[in-house]
Design a protein around this ligand. Structure first.
Ligand SMILES: Cc1ncc(COP(=O)(O)O)c(C=O)c1O
Length: 412
């Protein structure tokens, strides 16, 4: 009996070895493509490190991820609840529910006194999908597309994955940390560009471009035949002066926006684009094939979110107060140099006084002060070693505690 049992075990072990071999072979057949070799989005790594400390019982203050602590507005939740019990949530039209597209168009009348044809509005799975659609619809593989440095890393990484060439243009204090028309044209003369991505307010800096500066950049770009893609995801979160929309300045610019930030709906994965009329059908064909349509529940909730401006403005006032506290107290705590924090919910702080390696600095701050921030190298591979990004979209109490912890850590 024992020998029989041994035979079975031997045969099982042999079978397992063979299936592992087959698995290994299968693994080697499926190799990651070269285009998938984009750098990681480092903020997610910081988040994972913070979660490991939390699992050990530490209390961490999260200032690394750029998302509102508040959830979707009450009207959005109520509409979603009603929809869930109201029957099947089937696909919608690829470009989005007609009522939502009309509501978004109406918002441009309210925010910017602009009359936008709802036919030009495309509902997307967050602004992230908007970039993919815009880049695919407007650019060919090999096209060079300018983005500002520091800047939101996925612009560069999505472009690379799609076979385009991202071209970083370094902004400086002389141009108030924004890309200018002059810089763009200089790069274009050196080697032609096909597109440019602009963002105001920007991530990671929170810095905004004046209406005049944005108009000048768009004029230079379009005179040179460069397509403008304007990421307006932080619109609504402007404190220094009102944010200008590229939609007021050009009918050819592609506008990208989202319900993630002002509307506090990150996890609902819903955003929108305004597309020049001659690109609408191309974007529609792409989205038909890539996604069919955007989650219906999120579209219903997003439409209702427009009715809760009071709640959203209250949240914005909270950010404003946190920003004021940080700008006033962080210098006393030892962090005194920031880029202009005009909007969004970020401070981009120069830490070169303390370290020449913002990655190590952020790691140490997490370990020793229990405050998670994002190293600047995520946003600017070279100069980012001198900066960290702090997100102040958490509660005021957390922001106050973060200031105290950072102060005690830097001066203690
Ligand atoms: C500048 C900027 N654009 C786009 C996004 C993507 O946001 P979503 O896909 O949630 O709309 C983010 C997210 O942080 C961002 O900071």
């Amino acid at each position: 009996m024992r020998r029989h049992g041994g035979d079975i075990r031997h045969r099982l072990a042999e079978k397992k070895r063979k299936s592992e071999l087959m698995l290994d072979k299968a693994k080697s057949l499926v190799q990651p493509s070269a285009r998938s070799a984009v750098p990681p989005f480092m903020v997610m790594d910081v988040m994972a490190a913070a979660a490991r400390l939390e699992a050990q019982g530490r209390r961490i203050i999260h200032m690394e991820v750029g998302q509102p602590a508040a959830g979707a507005p009450a009207a959005a939740i109520a509409a979603a609840n009603a929809a869930l019990s109201g029957g099947a949530l089937g696909y919608t039209e690829t470009l989005g529910m007609a009522s939502l597209r009309r509501r978004i168009a109406r918002a441009y009348g309210e925010w910017h006194r602009l009359d936008i044809d709802p036919q030009r509005i495309v509902v997307t799975t967050g602004s992230s999908a908007g970039f993919m659609l815009a880049f695919l619809a407007a650019f060919e593989p090999g096209d060079r597309v300018a983005t500002a440095l520091p800047g939101y890393p996925p612009y560069r990484h999505i472009l690379s994955a799609l076979g385009c060439e991202p071209v970083g243009i370094e902004s400086t204090a002389q141009t108030r940390w924004s890309m200018t028309g002059e810089m763009l044209v200089a790069e274009h003369r050196a080697r032609p560009l096909k597109g440019v991505v602009v963002a105001s307010p920007a991530n990671p800096t929170g810095t905004m471009m004046s209406a005049t500066a944005l108009a000048e950049l768009i004029r230079c770009a379009e005179d040179a035949g460069i397509t403008v893609i304007s990421d307006e995801i932080y619109h609504g979160l402007d404190y220094a002066f009102p944010a200008e929309s590229a939609a007021r300045l050009s009918a050819d610019a592609i506008i990208i926006n989202s319900f993630s930030k002002y509307f506090c709906m990150t996890g609902w994965r819903i955003g929108w684009m305004i597309v020049p009329p001659h690109l609408v059908r191309a974007v529609e064909r792409l989205q038909q094939n890539l996604a069919i349509s955007v989650p219906t529940l999120s579209q219903i909730a997003a439409e209702a979110a427009f009715d809760d401006r009071g709640e959203l403005e209250e949240i914005k006032r909270g950010y404003q107060e946190s920003r004021r506290l940080l700008l006033e107290r962080l210098p006393r705590a030892g962090l005194e140099s920031f880029l202009p924090a005009d909007g969004a919910f970020y401070l981009y702080a120069d830490v070169s006084r303390f370290s020449a390696d913002s990655f190590a600095f952020a790691g140490q701050m997490l370990q020793e002060a229990g405050v998670a921030v994002t190293p600047g190298i995520d946003f600017d591979p070279l100069r980012g070693k001198n900066f960290v990004r702090l997100c102040y979209a958490g509660s005021r109490q957390e922001v106050e505690e973060a200031i105290e912890r950072i102060g005690a850590w830097l001066t203690g």
